[in-house]
Ligand binder design. Structure first.
Ligand code: ATP
Length: 291
């Protein structure tokens, strides 16, 4: 039986802002997303069974239709009118519910793998639209690299490639539910009505990234969620400070948290920061940007 192996890369947000709230209650965002080399490994094959199957190395991930990878397989076969099922194996390395798009990237890998296994019935554009039905981050996870995204985070635009650097991703123990994080933002910024919040432009970040200057890039990182998550998750603030004290040029929370990333120009500094965090019992990984 033919199998496809995919690396499903995590994402971090270099910029994440809310620009408004649509009538359907969804938040409109402006974000710059970056794929990083921290990844899950996904193996997909067509199944001989009468249902999908998922095997995963992590006990904290559902193995049924609650798994985004399962829903990706359902959606793909439905869209293509193919009567088939998928067997999916996931080696989970991306921390779960951490703001690193772990579920979205697995779903993206399954969509791309099934499209390859079935002889590419869907164009890249069709795959992206299908991905958007699963979650706003899925189209980015299909394309990867460095992208600016707006609307609900599902409409992608080109962005300069991030300069070469080392990224230490660290994760506090207590997870964050994204709906809870948005509810806190709504409370603080009056549902983003009546000028209660002025979004920040990503233009200076774009110029910094284009210039290839890592330090300038770090000075222009922004995540609106820090304002509501840091008071509730002091570990986020602590890990950011630790990363800076270990020599990071900048550190910020990713997505709605609680994961934090530190950006380093120097590999040795990044490796020793990683070791310090691990010795303190903090889950941490070293990664590089994926172009
Ligand atoms: P995002 O950054 O897209 O908001 P996240 O990184 O914060 O996502 P996930 O790791 O995707 O969060 O996990 C969110 C929830 O999704 C978890 O409660 C988990 O049980 C569920 N889930 C469903 N499928 C998966 C999957 N393949 N991998 C991880 N979590 C999954």
């Amino acid at each position: 039986m033919k199998r496809i192996l995919k690396k499903a890369y995590a994402k971090i947000n270099l910029h994440l802002d809310v620009t408004g709230k649509a009538d359907n209650g969804y938040h409109e965002v402006a974000t710059v997303m970056q794929s990083v080399s921290l990844c899950d490994e996904i193996e997909v094959s067509l199944s001989e069974g009468d249902t999908h199957s998922i095997v995963c190395s992590s006990p904290s991930v559902p193995l049924d239709s609650k798994n985004l990878a399962w829903r990706a397989a359902d959606l793909f076969f439905d869209k293509c009118g193919i009567e088939d099922k998928a067997d999916i194996k996931i080696i989970k390395r991306i921390p779960v519910a951490a703001g690193l798009a772990g579920g979205s990237t697995d779903a993206a890998a399954v969509l791309s793998a099934l499209n390859e296994l079935c002889g590419e019935p869907l164009s890249e554009g069709e795959l992206l639209s299908l991905g958007a039905k699963l979650g706003a981050d899925v189209p980015f996870c299909i394309e990867g690299g460095t992208k600016y995204a707006d609307r609900f985070g599902d409409v992608l635009h080109p962005f300069a490639d991030m300069p070469a650097c080392y990224i230490v991703v660290a994760c506090g123990k207590e997870g964050v539910s994204t709906p809870w994080a948005y509810a806190m933002l709504d409370e603080r910024y009056n549902d983003f009505r009546g000028g209660a919040y002025t979004p920040r432009s990503a233009d200076t970040l774009e110029r910094a990234v284009e210039s290839g200057d890592v330090v300038l890039t770090c000075r222009n990182l922004y995540n609106i969620f820090e304002s509501v998550i840091e008071p509730k998750r002091p570990e986020v603030t602590r890990i950011k400070s630790l990363l800076i004290s270990f020599g990071a040029d900048g550190a910020m929370m990713s997505g709605s948290g609680p994961s934090v990333f530190g950006i380093f120009r120097d590999k040795n500094a990044a490796v020793s920061a990683l070791n310090e965090l691990l010795e303190m019992g903090i889950d941490a990984f070293i990664a590089e940007p994926i172009g």
